[in-house]
Design a binder for this molecule. Sequence first.
Ligand SMILES: Cc1cc2nc3c(=O)[nH]c(=O)nc-3n(C[C@H](O)[C@H](O)[C@H](O)COP(=O)(O)OP(=O)(O)OC[C@H]3O[C@@H](n4cnc5c(N)ncnc54)[C@H](O)[C@@H]3O)c2cc1C
Length: 435
Amino acid sequence: MKYVIIGSGVAGIAAIEAIRSVDGAGTITLVGDDPHGFYSRPGLAYYLTGELPDGALFPKRREDYQRLHFQSLKGRVKRIIRNRCQLELDEMGTLGYDKLLLALGACSTPLEIPGSRLEGVLKLDHLSDAKHIIRLAKKGKTAVVIGGGITALEIVEGLVSRGMKVYYLLRGDRYWSNVLDEHESHIVEQRLEQEGVILHFYAEVAEIKGRNRRVIAVCLNDGNILKCDLVAYAIGVSPRTKLADVAGLEIDRGILVNEYLQTSDPNIFAAGDVAQVYDPSTKSSVLDSLWSPAREQGFAAGLNMAGQRKPYLKSVPFNVTRLAGLTTTIIGVVGRGRDEDLVGIARGDSETWRQLPDAIVAQDGFEVNRLRLLVGEKTLLGAVVMGDQTMSFPLEKIISNNMDITSIRDHLLTPNTNIADVIAGFWTKTAERVM
Ligand SMILES: Cc1cc2nc3c(=O)[nH]c(=O)nc-3n(C[C@H](O)[C@H](O)[C@H](O)COP(=O)(O)OP(=O)(O)OC[C@H]3O[C@@H](n4cnc5c(N)ncnc54)[C@H](O)[C@@H]3O)c2cc1C
């Protein structure tokens, strides 16, 4: 069997691991256009702040790859020729496949305004983008960052830690309004202001001005002009669907796949940020732009490519991140629908978070240790844990196992209840059932 994987991200590598776990004989070829190969994209935030050296971004060692014995080609796939089961590669001729995986990821949604092609206008998709940002970030100079969500904030923090003055522009009235509630957004905003970040709400960029092809200012629709040396944007991500689209595969917002990660062509699979995956539990196809689902989808796709019939069952979306220095865990369904700061989905984001939950909110906490629960009829549907993370683990288990919380529901919803204590008590009594 000839397996070909396009994309050296976490979905592609997990697929190779899965194939090798059941097929030691087939040939596997990985084609990837990232010169740095496989590394942790969530780790780029810590690389930008200087907390991680670039060596720490690479989760695998040479021996790990040798054990998987596959061929790695550094290059770009230009076309899928489906009737011949072949790929056309950039400067490397053609490559045949029996089973093909598209693990192409997603790219930053481009900023479509005058001046956005100037030198000094930056995005953050790859390690090379992070290196570019670090090269241009100069102490005492000024940056403008545009966009809601995790990535824009990570860029803000990276630039602040490198001594830059930062204007942070949000189109709406608060930070990440589709996932965080007002109080949580304000905690993040206050912490940013304490770090010296200048926030602009309802900010709409009209144009980026340049001189000698380099950025010198950002002009806002309200007439404000912000002089700056660098502009970074993260306004959402778009799955890289073009290759599949041109090949005639079914696409919607991502490449459509069934629960076996199979596209409309049974020999071609898709996984990770590029895939819009069918979820049998909700009977809908959703996008995730999260590391763990990409790995799980890649693994399931690999098993199915190798002939196992293993459905991918979407787990409850879970992300531990850092918002303005505050560790924050987001689990399950927590959101409020649309976010005007983002076009589509953002990095580190799940469409599931944005579904409007049929739930009542229980919340608790003061300034930085904060807990919000989305309480359904019999189960917890979601949670946001900011600061103290003691409750993250039990909550993840309670939510992902759909545990019946009827016995504590009324207590949780009683005003002034310490909901962390109620959850801790419930967990102590019930933990052994799910562990
Ligand atoms: C800055 C940043 C912060 C993030 N933070 C978080 C976080 O806190 N938590 C979280 O869960 N997730 C986070 N994410 C998202 C997470 O990293 C992604 O969900 C995950 O990496 C997706 O993996 P993937 O394998 O699907 O795609 P990718 O990792 O994007 O890999 C796809 C690869 O395919 C290559 N490729 C595309 N087209 C071709 C072609 N035609 N030929 C050859 N190669 C091609 C691409 O260049 C790329 O190397 C973050 C991402 C970024 C960038």
